[in-house]
Design a protein. Sequence first.
Length: 256
Amino acid sequence: MLALALVTSVTIAAIFMLSTFQDEEYRARERLDVASDVMRELLARRTQLLIDTLSVLVDDFGFRSAVASKDEPTITSALENQSQRFKADMAMLADRNGRLLANLQGLPNGTQLPFNDLLQRAERQGAATGLLTWQGQAFQALLVPVQAPGLRAWLVMGFNLDDAFARMISELTGVDVVFTAVAPETAYYGRSLSDDAIDDVVGQGVLASRSKMTGDHRYFTRVASLSRNGQEAPVNALLLLDRQTALAHYYKLALE
């Protein structure tokens, strides 16, 4: 009788702990879902900020006058001033055919704008926004026309998906963020993790995981696609929730 009671108690305890573990995993999924939604909302808001910013800039008489002067130092100075004003990480100006007139990235003027896909979409739609990767960095960029009588040029400005942006999302959501390349799968850009932690993630092959949610390593992870409106993005966001943190309540109960 005592043995039966003991077996029953152990069975009930095991069922309870399993239920608790599954509940904690469900909460981890919810946190990753919320983090994904917050990140997409922040990107959408930053896109709108970029649109509003450049709408003001391309209507600025002083800026258009500088572009119309066709004087390279004058254009470069105006581009630098406006870039600092709006805290842009990238700024380029090209003529109507896509040849650079000025840029702050050290490219030779007269060469072709390096974002041909973005330029082609802008030519079709009047303007274009999107995520792009270039020179080992990921940017949220917008390309708009600068127009005046006898003048047409293309202005590109972008914000970096860097460590500071990843940390801001992490602080808002309590979930770590790594902006990763769609290909190659082991490349990454901005991240909220420390150098030691990112080395651990890379070493365990977590960057290459493409499942909806995994929990085989130190983290529960979710790969969030940043593609939108049918436009494929070259960047994904890897969201990571520390397993020990997520399952803290379960571990506490297991030890009691």
